[in-house]
Design a protein around this ligand. Structure first.
Ligand code: AP5
Length: 223
């Protein structure tokens, strides 16, 4: 019988490196990154009803309602590319989302393969998030100090020269996002510990160092 495609979850506060590492795992293992933050930002840009409802909540650093997030995620999970295996980046974030994910996977005869908690210090996350910017063409992520393009002003990946910063990447909103993480998302660490799928990764080291630890975990759990 063919093995089920892996379902990986990256847990961690804003700036922990979920997006950075999810994109690298896509490259390293051919998995598909599903970021609810990216899906919500696309809905905001497109001006959909969900996007209109989410915009102010996101700008305030609060969590968007489970109903909106689950509707967006279910649509994305219905796309054929998820059959390659997925990395959930920024989802689930509440007990309700975790229960809904468990139910959705159970219907397909699947379960979470591994939930990785990226363990970092809150204060350092404010500097990481405030210095972040992305390529407007391909979405590759950079940082003023920690990850600059090889040639200044030119994206390493697509050669684009337009970059953007997120509206919620300021120190005040990051503090709100950190509070939301500790109040509503950190308890999910216990949820996945109880399912015996939790992996803790110290993530204050270099991007390359964290990548290598994650590659070890993904290689082991997908074997
Ligand atoms: P979302 O887009 O998910 O943002 P977040 O969780 O706050 O996480 P970030 O994207 O800020 O951080 P990251 O961990 O991906 O870090 P990154 O790799 O970019 O959510 C935004 C908003 O949408 C939420 O506040 C909420 O309103 C809403 N939302 C989304 N999902 C939701 C859900 N499920 N339910 C309800 N609401 C939801 O790295 C950050 C920077 O640091 C980068 O510049 C990077 O280059 C650098 N960096 C990364 N790793 C390292 C390292 N090891 N060393 C040095 N620098 C590093």
């Amino acid at each position: 019988m063919a093995a089920k495609p892996p379902v990986l979850i990256l847990l961690g506060p804003p700036g922990a490196g979920k997006g950075t590492q999810a994109r690298m795992l896509e490259e390293d293992f051919g998995l598909v990154q599903l970021s609810t933050g990216d899906l919500l930002r696309a809905a905001v840009s497109a001006g959909t009803e969900a996007g209109k409802a989410a915009k102010a909540v996101m700008e305030a650093g609060q969590l968007v309602s489970d109903d909106i997030v689950l509707a967006i995620l279910r649509d994305r999970m219905a796309q054929p590319d998820v059959a390659k295996g997925i990395i959930l980046d920024g989802f689930p974030r509440t007990a309700g989302q975790a229960a809904a994910l468990d139910a959705l996977l159970a219907k397909a005869g699947q379960r979470v393969t591994a939930a990785v908690s990226l363990e970092v210090d809150d204060e350092a996350m404010i500097a990481r998030v405030s210095g972040r910017y992305t390529c407007g063409g391909c979405g590759e992520g950079y940082h003023d100090e920690f990850k600059q393009p090889a040639k200044a002003g030119v994206c390493d990946k697509c050669g684009g020269t337009g970059f953007k910063r997120r509206a919620d990447d300021n120190a005040e909103t990051v503090r709100e996002r950190l509070q939301a993480y500790h109040a509503q998302t950190a308890p999910l660490i216990t949820h996945y510990e109880c399912q015996s799928v939790l992996e803790r990764v110290p993530a204050m080291g270099s991007i390359a160092g964290v990548r290598s630890m994650l590659a070890g975990i993904v290689g082991r759990v997908s074997a």
